[in-house]
Design a protein around this ligand. Structure first.
Ligand SMILES: Cc1cc2nc3c(=O)[nH]c(=O)nc-3n(C[C@H](O)[C@H](O)[C@H](O)COP(=O)(O)O)c2cc1C
Length: 191
């Protein structure tokens, strides 16, 4: 059976740990990842974590330059099971909503939408302006899943990792990738 393969894009919003953890968890689950990282995302790794950007790119199966429009990801013909932008800045939200594909991340998202593959956007911004909300509505209407980085608490997270893993687990749920990143509410009652 072909391997599960996803595009993972990290943009320059706060919450870069969600992206690095998703790459790590995908690797642990045997899911192949094609990574696109914006310049600001690399900067956020330095600002918000004790990791080096190279340590984050090393978690991916393949890495694509954000300005290389000759990448296979710039075409709708690329085979993958979905794309995640985590975290997703409001600038990148605006770019995807307008179809303004002036970097590889935006083009890959544009292709993912036009090919009707799952596109999951994980914004962290708060509060949200009417412009942000309008752009996200446009994207939801076009078929994207807007999955804000808002962890739940019903699984009794014990630390920051527990909060991050809940958001990452919700992303995998959308892509039908099986995982044990958080305890589901009353799952025992379903068996
Ligand atoms: C410390 C810091 C935190 C930021 N946090 C956010 C954020 O949470 N959400 C957001 O939309 N932009 C945030 N930005 C601004 C983006 O980095 C900026 O809009 C950038 O152009 C995004 O580009 P990209 O989407 O191509 O990575 C932040 C910038 C810095 C330096």
């Amino acid at each position: 059976m072909a391997k599960t393969r996803i595009i993972v894009a990290l943009s320059g919003a706060s919450g870069i740990v969600y992206g690095s953890r998703l790459l790590e968890a995908a690797r642990e689950l045997g899911v192949e990842t094609d990574l696109i990282m914006t310049d600001l995302a690399a900067r956020m790794v330095e600002i918000e974590t004790s990791l080096d950007p190279d340590q984050v790119t090393a978690l991916a199966t393949r890495v694509h330059d954000n300005f290389d429009f000759t990448s296979p990801l710039a075409s709708g013909s690329a085979r993958h099971q979905g794309m995640i932008v985590i975290p997703c800045s409001m600038k990148t939200v605006a770019g995807i909503a307008c179809g303004f594909s002036d970097n590889l991340l935006l083009r890959a998202a544009d292709c993912t939408l036009k090919e009707h593959r799952p596109l999951v956007l994980v914004p962290r911004e708060t509060p949200l302006s009417a412009i942000h909300l309008r752009n996200m509505l446009v994207l939801a209407e076009a078929g994207a899943v807007i999955l804000p980085a808002c962890p739940g608490f019903y699984h009794r997270p014990q630390n920051i990792q527990g909060l991050v893993d809940h958001v990452v687990g919700k992303v995998f749920d959308i892509l039908a990738i099986d995982h044990q990143l958080y305890n589901r509410w009353r799952e025992g009652d379903m068996s």
